[in-house]
Write a protein that binds this ligand. Structure first.
Ligand SMILES: NC(=O)c1ccc[n+]([C@@H]2O[C@H](COP(=O)([O-])OP(=O)(O)OC[C@H]3O[C@@H](n4cnc5c(N)ncnc54)[C@H](OP(=O)(O)O)[C@@H]3O)[C@@H](O)[C@H]2O)c1
Length: 225
């Protein structure tokens, strides 16, 4: 049994990850940012330990991290948002874009830094940063510029963390979950959330230090940075 920590698990991919891991008897600690989110989490994964923080709020994250003392084997930093309505390269909602960077880019780093002491105490520590293929610098397309930028920035953070933590045995990857039918992915998405999450868990379980600094999809296939 491993100890999994899922940040951002009130619905969608994070909630399903907490549900699947709990159902098969893994030890799960999972977070939501609101009381309603914590309630949804408790309903879906009654065995999970719950935490409450917004990934934009350093004090809340640190208070939550202080409640976790046992080693964490796998951290999935899943929380994310899609950003403002106006986010094209010719018409940007700058306040909305700044808030999105705080959620999608710096939020995951706040979480990693706060929980790093308990992650480092695992015998096989892994960190999965939930990115998106839309963060790939190689991908064509121009819709949702703020979201793309936020995930490209997250990818760079994942690369830097991977390099900085390799000597301590901590594995860090960026993950694309596929196009998934959730509130964010929408009803037209090609992938059921159960299949995406089963793949993400399989990949996370298989990671070794040789995989650190990879950008993978839920099937374990490399994505060009
Ligand atoms: N669905 C896709 O097709 C797809 C594709 C590529 C990448 N992704 C990425 O996968 C991750 C999960 O996506 P999803 O489809 O499951 O999205 P979702 O259904 O919209 O769920 C987003 C989750 O992130 C949480 N969250 C948002 N802002 C937060 C904040 N400031 N602090 C803490 N938690 C916050 C939400 O909590 P609340 O309920 O409180 O809002 C919710 O639990 C995201 O990082 C997303 O960018 C998704």
């Amino acid at each position: 049994m491993s100890h999994w920590l899922i940040a951002g698990a009130s619905r969608g991919i994070g909630l399903e990850a907490a549900r699947q891991l709990s159902a098969r008897g893994e030890r799960v600690t999972a977070s939501a940012r609101s009381a309603a989110g914590v309630a949804a989490l408790k309903a879906a994964a009654p065995e999970a330990t719950t935490l409450q923080f917004d990934v934009r709020n350093e004090a809340e994250i640190e208070a939550a991290a202080a409640q976790v003392s046992d080693p964490v084997d796998a951290l999935i930093v899943n929380a994310g948002a899609y950003g403002p309505q106006r986010q094209s390269s010719t018409d940007m909602d700058f306040e909305g874009a700044l808030d999105l960077l705080s959620v999608n880019t710096l939020g995951p780093l706040r979480v990693v830094q706060a929980f790093l002491p308990v992650i480092k105490r695992s015998a096989r520590p892994r960190i999965v940063m939930m990115s998106s293929i839309l963060g790939s610098m190689s991908l064509e397309g121009t819709f949702n510029v703020a979201y793309r930028v936020s995930k490209a920035g997250l990818n760079k953070i994942a690369q830097c963390l991977a390099a900085d933590l390799k000597s301590e045995g901590v594995i860090v990857v960026a993950m694309h979950p596929g196009w998934v039918r959730t509130d964010m992915g929408g009803a037209d998405a090609t992938l059921d959330v159960r299949d995406s999450v089963a793949g993400i868990i399989r990949v996370a379980e298989s990671l070794t230090l040789a995989d650190t600094r990879r950008y993978l999809d839920y099937r374990g296939q490399d994505i060009p940075w």
